[in-house]
Design a protein around this ligand. Structure first.
Ligand SMILES: CC(C)(COP(=O)(O)OP(=O)(O)OC[C@H]1O[C@@H](n2cnc3c(N)ncnc32)[C@H](O)[C@@H]1OP(=O)(O)O)[C@@H](O)C(=O)NCCC(=O)NCCS
Length: 205
């Protein structure tokens, strides 16, 4: 096995050895909280995923919010970000975004799982979020984590105008759900390892 430290691209185009077996290139993937130095990366990813939903000032404010759980996944670039707010026993998923060129690799599944798990360790017992009614990718992912549609907000989103669905997941603190979270995180991690990502969690920041 050989290693490409901090390559910016997906690691899944692995060359073949002369005996026909495949070299697995490993790319360091770091899970950590963003800092103020990361604001340009956060804004760039926001632009790529949401066409500029939050400004640099919004991200700066978010980094200082005590109730915010904010994590990103980095190679030498920011690949994904996720953020939730802890309001009493509720976890409100505010942001979840994976760079368009890095989707369908398990990054969103990993990030959402870790965020929900972290939320439960801080006392959250239920989680909620809003999502565009047509956002099949996000809806499928949220359904995998047991979210169910509880309501519809007419014309909640603009550009393009669209209804928002309100999703909830109760019982985050149940042992069964905790186990399911750990399992989903493990599955995502295994999938990413097969793609050549070596995950480390930098909890120092
Ligand atoms: C939604 C989003 C975060 C998913 O991230 P991702 O890293 O591509 O998702 P994953 O690879 O972890 O996928 C996990 C599961 O979600 C579902 N899923 C993801 N993308 C999907 C798609 N385009 N269509 C259908 N299901 C999809 C699948 O069930 C998938 O599991 P599988 O690949 O084993 O089938 C990503 O598409 C994104 O950033 N979208 C734009 C921003 C956004 O809409 N955020 C949510 C706002 S509420």
């Amino acid at each position: 096995m050989w290693s490409i430290p901090c390559s910016s691209s997906s690691p899944n185009s692995n060359p073949q050895r002369s005996d026909g077996t495949t070299w697995v290139a490993t790319v360091n993937l770091t899970l950590r909280a963003p800092t103020s130095a990361d604001i340009p990366d956060l804004v760039a990813l926001d632009q790529a995923c949401f066409q500029g939903w939050w400004s640099a000032a919004s991200y700066a404010q978010e980094l200082g919010r005590p109730s915010s759980l904010f994590l990103g996944l980095w190679t030498n670039h920011l690949l994904a970000l996720g953020c939730l707010w802890l309001i009493l026993e509720e976890a409100h998923v505010i942001l979840l975004a994976v760079h368009p060129e890095q989707r369908r690799q398990g990054l969103g599944k990993l990030l959402l799982g870790v965020l929900l798990h972290q939320a439960t360790t801080r006392g959250a017992t239920r989680a909620t979020l809003e999502v565009r009614a047509s956002n099949t990718a996000a809806l499928t992912l949220y359904t995998q984590y047991g979210f169910q549609t509880a309501g519809r907000r007419r014309d909640y989103y603009q550009n393009p105008r669209e209804d928002g669905l309100v999703l909830w997941r109760n019982g985050l603190d149940s042992p069964v759900y905790q186990q399911a979270l750990v399992q989903s995180i493990g599955q995502a991690q295994t999938h990413l390892a097969h793609l050549g990502y070596s995950l480390e969690w930098d909890q120092a920041r």
